[in-house]
Design a binder for this molecule. Sequence first.
Ligand code: FAD
Length: 408
Amino acid sequence: MNEHCDVAIIGAGPAGSIAAALLRKAGHHVVVLEQSHFPRFSIGESLLPQCMEFVEEAGMLDAVNNAGFQFKNGAAFSRNNAPGAFDFTQKFSDGPGTTFQVQRADFDHLLAKQAIAAGADIRFGRRIDGFGYDDTDLPVLNYRDESGDTHTLHSKFVLDASGFGRVLPRLLDLETPSDFPVRRSLFTHVEDNISDDNYDRDKILIVVHPEHKDVWFWLIPFSNGRCSLGVVARQEYFDLDNNDAEVLLKLVVSESPELKRILANAKFDTAVTVLGGYACKVKSLWGKHFALLGNAGEFLDPVFSSGVTIAMKSASLAVPQVNRELAGEDVDWQQSYAAPLQLGINTFRAYVNAWYDGSFQDVIFSYKQQPEVRGMICSILAGYAWDQSNPFVSNPKRLQTVVSLCRE
Ligand SMILES: Cc1cc2nc3c(=O)[nH]c(=O)nc-3n(C[C@H](O)[C@H](O)[C@H](O)COP(=O)(O)OP(=O)(O)OC[C@H]3O[C@@H](n4cnc5c(N)ncnc54)[C@H](O)[C@@H]3O)c2cc1C
């Protein structure tokens, strides 16, 4: 069956739903094809304050604020019990200083419902498996429904928001190796039973392994007494050939005295997931009548919880360009979409690299931080990686000067 719309979106994660709602504001006929049924699990549960601006732009702020998610006002870091907490309200950049920690099944479902309420036609259980152009050079998507029947969707523009599905990168051979080594993560949800009064549920806790500085854990508390718990390391660090994933996760957690103490009464009641090789990159973030959003474009690393923010930022940057293209303007997608998006991605990239080589950790755990510099770094940790008035965004190499000062 041949169908037509203005803009077809692949995937209804944060990038897809935000883009759909923004396009509806411009009055376009938007069809979103999503392979799964919501609510569905997704990793990526700690948001950054910057993303609240995109939630607001899409008209979803009240719904998100009223959903009962766990309040979040910062990030706490710990290395051999040395604390390094950042309060995002003390950031340098303008904009929201707080956000939420969310179970993505509920969060993504909420965003999708909001996009539907804004008039987007989201169809669940539809898997895209083909892309091409019709004889007028406009994009055509082929997809299957759950009965296995095939369909064709014609549009004027396609936004690929398929996340790790990476639909167009795979179909159009756009993938290129990531700059990062292959890392792996083991994670689960636990009933945390944390009784430590000093434990701050309003912050993600990042704990560095006591012996290996490139191995780290996250603890993301939710509002229902549960926590997301995960560990990240180079893939060869985990001996999954000889160990069950849950046994292994418990073993590495027990290597951190701090986490062992915090989680002493935790009940492991959910299967442990193993995910590896998630860092990804593309040769181009756009092509003829299409653009890649969020993880369908590039994914760096989970350490600074930047994924959802980048996904939403990409939607916020791409939609005005789609509007212009649909209005008949010539759009320079490199200048008006890819380059501005890359600015923030590259800021995060510098900090991720500096995290794993240990230099940024030496800043986080230093007692020598100057308040002004701390506010600027705090901004980046809060997701304001596109704020060029922040000297640490306009010149990420400045970080190395601070590293030297802290290490002196
Ligand atoms: C270990 C780990 C921890 C992370 N922690 C965080 C964190 O704390 N905070 C954070 O912000 N980010 C985190 N991330 C990153 C985060 O998961 C992603 O960046 C974010 O979900 C990307 O959003 P998206 O909208 O681009 O894609 P997604 O959220 O992945 O949504 C893509 C959608 O497309 C659909 N889809 C895929 N293929 C097809 C197809 N062929 N046809 C139709 N539909 C399709 C999928 O079903 C899915 O619903 C983490 C990532 C990892 C690996």
